[in-house]
Design a protein around this ligand. Structure first.
Ligand SMILES: O=C(O)c1ccccc1NCC(=O)[C@H](O)[C@H](O)COP(=O)(O)O
Length: 227
């Protein structure tokens, strides 16, 4: 079973290099004004030049208008669009058709019903990202460093009939091995857990996170990896 690592919310050359040199398969750039990880498009383009084809470029947006996607596609040529808002399955299908870019759709999880909601996207999005819901009464749509009850995601691969999903929410170098073991996730995504403070990525934590994933992968006999 392949295991994908996505490091999200990168804003500096050092952090992009740490992710790519460490072997992350996907890196995420955030385009959401309220986020401490928000990037101007020209900065994202500059950072993405460091990828040199070694990792896939993910553009993260929240309930985007078409015009925002048009600009991103034109300037950045992302490999994936990550939709992290309340986009309906119809909107996901519409964006996928309009822009011809694979879609990673985030689903907030707090209870079993949320996984039933995820089913509505499984034939529409190219990959799903199970994430914790934002805290009640505030917070960003994602990137809050909060975990959901991982036992809810146990068997999600079998349920969707596909290994095309990523686990996220409150992961860190210390807990990612346990999360993979418990859920059987075929990939993981992290932001806060590899930061020193909101928006400030730590090169050491990025390296430690990827090493912890590879360690878990070896322990669990998940030797292959791919995007
Ligand atoms: O990271 C952000 O600032 C962000 C802002 C708005 C929507 C989504 C955002 N992040 C989404 C991600 O892909 C995160 O990696 C994911 O939610 C996990 O975050 P964390 O719990 O901080 O590791």
């Amino acid at each position: 079973m392949p295991l994908t690592v996505k490091i999200c919310g990168l804003t500096t050359q050092e952090s992009v290099r740490a992710a790519v040199d460490g072997g992350a398969e996907m890196v995420g750039f955030v385009f959401f004004a309220k986020s401490p990880r928000n990037l101007a498009l020209h900065k994202a383009r500059e950072l993405s030049a460091l990828l040199a084809g070694r990792a896939q470029k993910v553009a993260l947006v929240v309930d985007p208008e078409d015009v925002q996607i048009e600009e991103i596609v034109q300037e950045l040529r992302p490999d994936w669009l990550q939709l992290h808002g309340a986009e309906s399955p119809e909107r996901v299908a519409d964006l996928r058709k309009k822009f011809g870019i694979p879609i990673l759709k985030a689903i907030g999880v707090a209870e079993p019903e949320d996984l039933a909601r995820a089913d509505a996207y499984s034939g529409v999005a190219d990959r799903l990202l199970l994430d914790a819901k934002p805290p009640k009464g505030g917070g960003l749509p994602g990137g809050n460093g909060l975990a959901f009850d991982w036992t809810l995601a146990k068997g999600f691969s079998a349920r969707t009939g596909s290994a095309n999903w990523l686990l996220s929410g409150g992961l860190s170098p210390d807990n990612v091995g346990q999360a993979i073991g418990l859920t059987g996730a075929p990939g993981v995504d992290v932001s806060s857990g590899v930061e020193d403070s909101p928006g400030k990525k730590s090169v050491e934590k990025i390296r430690a996170f990827i090493a912890a994933v590879r360690h878990a992968q070896d322990q669990l006999g998940l030797a292959t990896r791919s995007v």
